[in-house]
Design a protein around this ligand. Sequence first.
Ligand code: SAH
Length: 218
Amino acid sequence: MSPTQLSDFQRVREAMADVQLVRRGIRDPAVLAAMRKIARHRFVPAHLQMLAYEDQPLPIDRQQTISQPYMVALMTEALVLSKNDTVLEVGTGSGYQAAVLAELCRAVYTVEKIPELAEKAAAVLHQLGYGNITISVADGTRGWPEHQPYNGIIVTAGAPHVPQPLLDQLAEGGRLLIPVGDHDLQQLLRLTRTPDGIVKEDLGGCRFVPLRGEYGWA
Ligand code: SAH
C-alpha cells in the first residue's frame, strides 16, 4: 500500500471518530484515541476495505460481522476500563474489538468458536504488534475460568439470556456488557457486580449475530 493511501485511511478514521462517535456522545478520550489509531481496514475482507470506516457493520467470513464503529465505541466506553484491568471478550470475530480493548487495559482474553476466524484474527493482531491479547477457540458462553475474575466482560453476539458462568467470572465492581433478546433484536445490557448484588442497566436496542453455545442459542 502506498503512503498516500495510508494517510488517506488516517484522514477517514479521524472523520469517522468526529462524525460517528464524538457527535453521538462518545466522550472517553482513551476510547476515541484507540479508534482514531487502529487500522480497522486491516480487519475486514480485502474487497470491503474501502467501506471499513463507514457507519455500518460489515460481513467478515462464515456469515459473521464486524460491528459498526459506533457500537464498538459505545460498548467499550460502557465498560469503563482502567489500565490495570483484565477483560474477557466473547466473540473474537475479526479481532477489531479486541484491539480496541487492548489499547485500554492490561490483558484481553478473547474466545471465538469458529477456528478459521480465530486464526485470521490472531494473524492480524500479531502483525499489528498486540502482545496483550490471548485468543482461545472454545464456547465462550462458559467464559474462560483460568483467567478469572474479569474487571470487564464483553459479549459481541446476541444472547437469549445472560450466561451464568459469565456473571460468576466477574470481579467485584466488574462490568458485563451483553446484548440480550431474540434473534433479530436485542437490548444492550450492562450488569455490574456490587457488594449488594448485580445491578442491571439497559443501554438501548441493538442487533448482533447470535451467540451459540451451551448458555446461548442452540
Ligand atoms: N467482536 C467482533 C465481532 C464478532 S461477531 C469483531 O470485532 O469483529 C460475533 C462473533 O461471535 C462471531 O465471530 C461468532 O462466531 C462468535 N460466537 C458466537 N457464539 C460464540 C460462542 N459461544 N463462543 C465464542 N464465540 C462465539
